[in-house]
Write a protein that binds this ligand. Structure first.
Ligand SMILES: *Cc1c(COP(=O)(O)O)cnc(C)c1O
Length: 409
């Protein structure tokens, strides 16, 4: 198997200023610029240092459990009657999702920079848990900002973070959810920048975060590219991944960027349906899809006619966000990647189908990608190959699914 755990380069984006075409950049208060400059230069030094690669690779193998396998979904492929379906199993990584790849990479970088204090913000708690995990293992202090409403909704994750020694700081301002937690984390960073590392959870935020997160997640595609060739005898025709901020999708897309015959498909959350207005389809709903700035980066942001950020909805917390990573906006503008959406109902149906047909209970986020496979595979000939990134496992979503499906099982 490969020893490449951080794939840099391959493309000419971002440019020196952190732009992916017209997307990306750094839209932050002046006071944060020196911290971003320091982060960028230390990151570049780290990835030029074989020791950093070696330590990261060692932990990915012995702690995270990489490489994660690729599984052939024989029964699902037969039932759908079209393309052959393969899953990249990020659900089998330690903590049950891909987020650990990035959390571990950034925490190692923090340690290398001599920053003992990690701060993170979290909505549903998945990124908080990944940050707390990596911090515990490396002996770093971890503070996670979380809206009080989210803390109430996500008690098990709050408990997990505390168990691993993290301090969870409830945020009581604004709507007491993710965007308020982000504001608090930013405020903390400005105040404590000398000893503090801001560990950002998706391919979002000001440069260099989208690039760094992509590189730390690129291991997904690097592994999958070798594995699918071994198993299917060739590259896939289509790759499908769900898109919240965009980290698992960019992580699997990256290694295939230059393979022009490989079609890249991202799936957003269509919530109650695009017409309902209650969704998180930043690309797919032209009524609310506007260029804007959120959390320090320029990309598509769901906004009303007055430029106000629209409240999003998805059954899956990880896809429930008003903006999307700038590199996805760029890939879409070049028609290198295409984006579609799946509703809550379609994701729930896919959640059941994958559980029944393959014995894999997917995260509700990942179930959006599975929903797209269920639509697409039957339209493709049997000799075609689809590779799906299964970003996480569904144990965390059982309460939601029990509420939704209830007695219908
Ligand atoms: C957080 C999360 C996502 C969405 O985040 P991306 O950055 O878009 O990958 C998807 N799947 C799972 C399992 C998650 O925890």
């Amino acid at each position: 198997m490969t020893d490449t755990y951080i794939q840099t380069g391959l493309t000419d984006v971002p440019d020196e200023r952190g732009y992916y075409g017209e997307f990306g950049g750094r839209f932050v208060p002046e006071t944060i610029i020196p911290a971003l400059d320091e982060l960028e230069s230390e990151y570049k030094k780290a990835i030029a240092d074989p020791n950093f690669h070696r330590e990261f690779a060692h932990l990915q193998k012995t702690y995270t459990g990489r490489p994660t396998p690729v599984s052939y979904a024989k029964r699902l492929s037969e039932q759908l009657g079209g393309a052959q379906i393969y899953f990249k199993r990020e659900d089998l990584a330690h903590t049950g999702a891909h987020k650990i790849n990035n959390a571990l990479g950034q925490a190692l970088l923090a340690k290398r920079m001599g920053k003992q204090r990690i701060i993170a913000e979290t909505g549903a708690g998945q990124h908080g848990v990944a940050s707390a995990t990596a911090s515990a293992m490396l002996g770093l202090d971890c503070i996670v900002y979380m809206g009080e409403v989210d803390m109430e909704r996500q008690k098990p994750n709050v408990f997990r973070m505390k168990l691993m020694g993290a301090e969870v700081r409830g945020v009581s301002s604004g709507s007491r959810t993710l965007k308020d937690a982000i504001n608090e984390a930013m405020r903390d960073w400005v105040t404590n920048v000398r000893d503090t590392f801001y560990l950002l959870g998706s391919a979002l935020g000001p440069h260099p975060y989208p690039m760094m997160v992509r590189d730390f997640q690129s291991v997904i595609g690097v592994e999958a590219r070798v594995q699918i060739v071994e198993m299917a005898g060739r590259l896939p025709d289509t790759i499908i991944a769900c898109v919240g901020g965009g980290s698992n999708a960019i992580g699997i897309f990256h290694a295939f960027r230059d393979d022009d015959d490989v079609e890249l498909i991202g799936v957003e959350a269509a919530g109650y349906g695009l017409d309902s207005g209650k969704h998180a389809a930043r690309f797919s709903d032209p009524k609310v899809s506007r260029l804007g700035v959120l959390q320090g980066t320029r990309s598509y942001v769901m906004q009303d006619d007055d430029g106000q950020i629209i409240e999003t909805h998805s059954i899956s917390a990880g896809l429930d966000y008003a903006s999307v990573g700038p590199e996805h906006a760029y890939l879409r503008s070049m028609e290198r990647a295409f984006y579609t959406a799946a509703t809550d109902a379609e994701a729930l149906a896919a959640f059941r189908t994958l559980s029944e047909m393959e014995g894999i209970i997917p995260a509700l986020e990942s179930a959006h990608a599975v929903a797209e496979v269920i639509k697409r595979a039957p339209t493709m000939p049997k000799d075609k190959v689809i590779l799906v990134n299964l970003s996480g496992r569904g144990d965390k979503d059982l309460d939601t699914v029990i509420r939704e499906l209830g007695d219908s099982l």
